[in-house]
Design a protein around this ligand. Structure first.
Ligand code: NAD
Length: 473
């Protein structure tokens, strides 16, 4: 595959080179393997102008036709799945099989969203009054995505925003721009010019976008710290925002679990994608009766886990995606070591320049330690002991974040009761990491504002319009 291809932006349906370039690094080697366009301020203006010009005709295109185009986009993605998955592994680091799952899943997601329709609610239809509320698009959407699920987290914005009748300018993370730029090229022949503009650039581009007066709505996925900056810029002209932000998700394991049956799933929920998942289990609270058995089992699984270059056969977990994040994770590990915490490290890591971190379980650290309090976004899992359910619910909820969590027990009713008391947007019972196009997903507390997915997620790209008709007039 030719990774030296000239990656281009899509502005007004045309391929556009940047006025400069940014380097794209393969995190498994630490070496630059491609460059991406560095969008200038003038090119951002072009993209916003193209989206504004395209908006009225797209808004007035019947939703069935817009939905048909999403289905065609899904088919086009599926036809390019192998190419996109290989590119994904090289820029993001995730092993190839899992990269294929992300690309295939995103293509399916486009189809699932295409089948949704916004409701029309009739409050009264009497001899004297007709009152309906329908939903209309917002205009031009500014979409900004992170590097951990670069394909999925672009598609979950593109699909509902376009179905609703908005146009869009989307920027991927500078660490993983290539798959998104390729998607822009793949979709170019399907959509009218200007409906979906894909641009890429360095650290200045995000703030330029959120401050740009040509946008009506910002759909942002990233860290809580950045989310706050996005909201500050949005406030200047009251752009609507959906913010999908960080999390420090707790899982609670009750004493009745079958440790052998749940350990693999708990491991997956904590470490899949090298733990770079907003909804990964980041604090594992385990009842003292099963603590030792689960810890030993997780360590056994970690010993059997191969960490390495995701393009190689048999690798289960890839590197940390970028140097900045690698340094953050290493700093947390150093802090844990300095404070004398017990680190259980199973997996070996390859030599070379890649950003590899061994799978690490921290054995019952103090609740106040940084590995418990901060979102690691890397393979460091603090395991914490508890004896009392009331106490553990309080500890799990004692966080500024409120994204997701999990409860594990053979007693499903009891687990659901605990789930209902968790202060998060999503709670899994005896499973984890599951998201669905028909079910809203979003963070409570500082994990976000608004939701994605489900009809509620579609309506974040629309505004209600109420029409009240006096029939007697
Ligand atoms: P990040 O906040 O550093 O960057 C996210 C995106 O914002 C990137 O495209 C980046 O270029 C851009 N950006 C950076 N500074 C900006 C600014 N001032 N204004 C506008 N845009 C700016 O996050 P990241 O490191 O790429 O992603 C990891 C974080 O994302 C984690 O905290 C994770 O929990 C969170 N996340 C949340 C969800 C969710 O659905 N809630 C999903 C995935 C990731």
């Amino acid at each position: 595959m030719d990774f030296n291809a000239a990656y281009v932006m899509t502005i007004n349906g045309e391929p556009v080179a940047g006025e400069g370039t940014i380097d794209v690094v393969n995190p498994a080697t630490g070496a630059v393997f491609a460059t991406a366009p560095d969008c200038s301020k003038a090119q951002l203006d072009d993209a916003v102008a193209a989206a504004r010009t395209a908006y009225p005709a797209w808004r007035d295109t019947p939703i069935e036709e817009r939905a048909d185009m999403l289905v065609k986009m899904s088919d086009a993605m599926a036809a390019h799945a192998d190419e996109l998955a290989r590119l994904f592994t090289t820029e993001q680091g995730r092993p190839l099989d899992a990269a294929r799952m992300e690309v295939g899943g995103a293509a399916q997601w486009l189809k699932a969203i295409a089948s949704m329709r916004p409701p029309v609610n009739v409050a009264e239809d009497s001899d004297t009054q007709y009152v309906e509320t329908r939903y209309v698009p917002l205009g031009v959407v500014c979409a900004i995505s992170p590097w951990n699920f670069p394909v999925t987290l672009a598609v979950v914005k593109i699909a509902p925003a376009l179905l609703a009748g908005n146009t869009m300018v989307l920027k991927p993370s500078p660490f993983t721009p290539l798959c998104t730029l390729r998607m822009g090229e793949i979709f170019r022949d399907i959509l009218p010019p200007g409906v979906l503009n894909i641009i890429s650039g360095g650290d200045d581009l995000g703030p330029w976008m959120t401050a740009h007066p040509g946008f009506d709505k910002i759909s942002f996925t990233g860290s809580t710290a950045t989310g706050k900056r996005v909201m500050e810029n949005a406030a200047k002209d009251l752009k609507k925002v959906t913010l999908e932000l960080g999390g420090n998700d707790a899982a609670i394991v009750l004493p009745d679990v079958d440790v052998d049956a749940v350990a693999q799933q708990i491991f997956f929920g904590a470490f899949f994608n090298t733990a770079q998942i907003c909804v990964a289990t980041k604090r594992l609270y385990v009842h003292e009766d099963v603590y030792d058995a689960l810890r030993d089992k997780l360590l056994e699984i970690s010993n059997a886990t191969k960490v390495g270059d995701g393009s190689q056969q048999g690798v289960n977990l890839g590197p940390i995606q970028n140097k900045r994040q690698y340094e953050r994770v290493m700093d947390l590990l150093d802090d844990a070591k300095t404070n004398g915490l017990t680190l259980l490290q199973g997996s070996e890591i390859p030599d070379g320049g890649g950003y590899f971190v061994p799978v690490t379980i921290v054995d019952n650290p103090p609740e106040a330690s940084r590995v418990v309090q901060e979102e690691a976004f890397g393979p460091i899992l603090p395991m914490l002991k508890f004896t009392d359910v009331e106490d553990v619910i309080e500890r799990a909820n004692d966080s500024e974040y409120g994204l997701a969590g999990a409860v594990w027990s053979k007693d499903t009713d009891k687990a659901i009761e605990i789930a209902r008391r968790m202060e998060t947007g999503t709670i899994w019972v005896n499973q984890n990491l599951r998201v669905r196009p028909d079910t809203p997903f979003g963070g409570h507390k500082q994990s976000g504002i608004g939701v994605e997915y489900g009809i509620e997620g579609l309506l974040e790209f629309m505004a209600p319009q109420s029409i009240m008709v006096a029939k007697s007039a």
